[in-house]
Design a protein around this ligand. Sequence first.
Ligand SMILES: *Cc1c(COP(=O)(O)O)cnc(C)c1O
Length: 414
Amino acid sequence: MFANGLTYLAIPGPSVMPDRVLRAMHRAAPNIYTGELHDVTRSLFPDLKAVAGTRHEVAIYIGNGHGVWEAALSNILSDGDTVLVLATGRFCVGWGEMAEGLGASVETIDFGDNDAVDLTQVEAVLKADTAGRIKAVLTVLVDTSTGVLNDVKGIRAAIDNAGHGALLMCDAIASLGCDEYHMDDWGVDITVAASQKGLMTPPGIGFVWFNDKADAVRETIGRVSKYWDWRPRVAGDEYWKFFDGTAPTHHLYGLREALDMIKDEGLQNVWARHDGLAHAVWAAIDVWSADGPMQINVADPAARSRAITSLRLDEGQGDALRAWCEDNMGVTLGIGLGRSPASAFFRIGHMGHVNGHMVMGFLGTIDAGLKALGIPHGAGALEAASQVLADLTRAGGTKPRGAQADQAVDQCCG
Ligand SMILES: *Cc1c(COP(=O)(O)O)cnc(C)c1O
């Protein structure tokens, strides 16, 4: 009934595409052999490294998140290798299944759908692996099915405390450029991400960042699929290093603009914006949940992503609310991916090109939906959310939550 007008795709990826990015992509096909496109592509590498917090290498691929999952694994796995999957939802499990398809055996520690990785368990499992069979530990920064945020730095400490030599591989697809991330400082050997979430560019290109330790493993494996091999993609200054075949021309222009937007705002401020907006979302949810069936998926705020929130209602109500919000208000919420009963769950993407009025808009939409559908809920959620935003502006702007934020901003945008 009230859906016509500017719509809002509030799902956890693809995220809202900024007009600046769309305009940068709206152009004739460029010459792929020489000229401006090469300069643009070359310029992406340092900024991609800064966003991930690494001084090491980054390879760009045509492919989505699943593509770079395979790219990363293809550079370190030989038949019969073992990887350890730290499951905090559907996504890390999916990465493990891909490793299995590439010939690895997969061990999984399942931490359930509501909690972050328990570091003591990781340390114990690695300590027990005295033969050093586990070649890599696979984790997600944020699991997009559950909204769980993992302590990646702590996972590295657990590996080190166990005296284990495994590579640490982190899927930061959901929230790179939203949740704070420091690849080098946290001791991550391989990071993967894709264009369409915090990086605000349409789906279609992905990235693998890798350090020297990871590349040394690449050196020892017998064969690497030619397309996924990361070496030619970082070597020299040949055009063909970037893309084995035709370049993803328009994505490169779009990404250039998106990275400029992050630089303009400052990475530290981007994180702080996501942090403040997430606190407003949580404040609303606290009030709604005080009465009725709503529950936030992750009880501990320290283990919640700032980019995506997963919620549940009673069976059928998640689906009903999503349909109501889309049909009546022009807001599309995310499905209850990988959860049971899926129809109870829904997710909100608040990643990338999102600001205060957009968050107040989807919160108001959900509030109206709960009323329209007769789903019991606590009253006053919007007041609670607006109070959070008001307080944060009064305090002189939202504060970054991480101690390393200043350093990261120097690296990225100084
Ligand atoms: C979105 C996402 C993926 C999958 O990315 P696709 O581009 O859909 O293949 C993998 N892992 C995480 C954590 C994600 O959020």
